[in-house]
Design a protein around this ligand. Structure first.
Ligand code: BGP
Length: 478
């Protein structure tokens, strides 16, 4: 059966400033928390340090130097036939410390040139305001989003760039994978979101929920402000949806799955419905958490609900309460453990490959919110091999093809309103989880290794022509 995508469907690709740009201290840019993270890899968690690490630890100081290569790269994106290109603005390029009144003109000018080049090549910019980064100064002096002052600093930054680019950028989203700090709850060292820096403190969960709520309030204020700047703006949230299935049909496994998903839906429920869910208020009261919020902030949440739900989808998970199974204990339900799903394969990094899970997620989220959905990350990280100046990546084509088929079924069979698809790592970039180059996602290879060696030469992989064909046909056979 052939399924056609809507003519308006936004076929694109996604990256993030700190994983692609480099030029980390160029043209007045301030230090970002992304610039002071240790590299991870081999299961080592990345951490924020108290200062700048020497370059050898740190390939993403220079990333793939998109800052100086973007014209060349956008020609490749145009050749692919992209309709949209998702990236983020590095907050510390615009406000180096984050608490200044006046912006850094050189930072604003860079993004003017980037957006002009995209638009001149028929590509819509899709812009994330904070993609896992805030100016390091806002962490060092204010403590990140645990401090409500960050709300005003973020609103000032967002207002500055939304006004500057109001005739160039139509699609915005506020915080990348805003829920990941909660997911990181079970392994606090893994995730450093723009909300909190996950240090060794005793009241971690209370801090994480306070920071998350402050981010949600900041996001809502920006949505309301953005609609005043340009009523045509489409401003979304951005969630990491990893559906967690009950491992068995034991009723406790089902309840554990609901509780784990509540930890994710907490964020998008507030982004979409504009109020703090009863299950969260109940949870905080039970735990004695003193989460601070005013009536003015509750009103702001109500006024600043999003236009679409953006999300990343890579994998699914499973949870069980059955005593005989082994897994990482989680706090969401008595005796709950995260376990592998025996019915799916996993990538070299253990990410469970589940294309049907994408169709399931599209159905669940669309039924929950009845808003347009936007898949702004989906991709297959792998060890690609350069052989005779070619990269054969059938595994990446297979992964993406199966996920695109499920998207098509969600649209045609299930009636989901899906506005676009920007697969992650349209070009090889630095892995967030490891800070290294070897976990490659791109349709375009970049000659750079974990130690930062290489010519930065760009090379089309086999998947480049494949994706080009998908976009040109705008349909798939399932
Ligand atoms: C998501 C982030 C992206 C990207 C992606 C892949 O959580 O939003 O920034 O990093 O994960 O993860 P990794 O780079 O660790 O393979």
């Amino acid at each position: 059966m052939k399924i056609k995508f809507p003519d308006s469907f936004l076929w694109g690709g996604a990256v993030a400033a700190h994983q692609v740009e480099g030029a980390w201290d160029v043209d007045g840019k301030g230090v970002s928390i992304a610039d002071v993270m240790t590299a991870g890899g081999n299961g080592i968690a990345r951490k924020i340090t108290q200062g700048i690490l020497p370059n050898e630890y740190y390939p993403n100081h220079e990333a793939i130097d998109f800052y100086h290569h973007y014209q060349e790269d956008i020609q490749l994106f145009k050749e692919l036939g992209l309709k949209a290109f998702r990236t983020s603005i590095a907050w510390s390029r615009i406000f180096p410390n984050g608490d200044e009144e006046q912006p850094n003109e050189a930072g604003l000018a860079y993004y003017d040139q980037l957006f002009d080049t995209l638009l001149a090549n028929g590509i819509e910019p899709v812009i994330t305001l904070s993609h896992f980064e805030i100016p390091y100064h806002l962490y060092e002096v204010y403590g990140g989003f645990t401090n409500k002052k960050l709300i005003d600093f973020f609103v000032h930054y967002a207002e500055t760039v939304m006004k500057r680019y109001k005739h160039k950028v139509k699609y915005w989203m506020t915080f990348n994978e805003i829920n990941n700090q909660a997911d990181g709850q079970h392994d606090l060292h893994t995730w450093t979101n723009s909300a909190v820096l996950l240090e060794e403190t005793d009241n971690k969960e209370e801090k994480i929920f306070q920071a998350g709520l402050n981010e949600l309030i900041a996001s809502a204020k920006v949505v309301a402000l953005g609609k005043k700047i340009n009523p045509d703006f489409q401003i979304g949230c951005m969630m990491a949806y990893v559906p967690v299935y009950p491992y068995s049909c034991h009723p406790d496994d089902m309840m554990a799955s609901v509780k784990v998903m509540d930890r994710r839906f907490f964020y998008s429920d507030i982004h979409v419905r504009g109020e703090i869910p009863a299950y969260a208020v109940n949870d905080w009261e039970k735990k004695g958490y003193k989460i601070q919020y005013s009536q003015e902030e509750l009103d702001a949440l109500k006024e600043g609900t999003v236009d679409y739900v953006g999300f990343s989808y890579y994998m699914s998970g499973a949870v069980t309460t059955l005593p005989e199974t082994k897994g990482a204990a989680i706090p969401d339900y008595p005796n709950a453990k995260m376990v592998n799903n025996p019915y799916v394969q996993a990538s070299d990094w253990g990410w469970q490959i589940d294309p049907v899970g994408l169709r399931y997620t599209l159905n669940v989220v669309y039924e929950r919110y009845q808003l347009p959905l936007f898949i702004v990350e989906n991709g297959f990280g792998a060890y690609d091999k350069l052989e005779d100046h070619q990269i054969h990546d059938p595994y990446r084509i297979a992964y993406l093809e199966e996920h695109i088929k499920q998207m098509a079924l969600a649209i045609s069979e299930d009636g989901v309103d899906l506005m676009g698809y920007t697969p992650w790592g349209i070009i090889d970039i630095v892995s967030f989880g490891s800070g290294e180059m070897e976990k490659r996602y791109g349709f375009i290879y970049v000659d750079k290794d974990n130690q930062g060696n290489g010519s930065l030469k760009r090379l089309k992989k086999d998947s480049f022509a494949w994706y080009q064909g998908i976009i040109a046909k705008n349909e798939v056979s399932v």
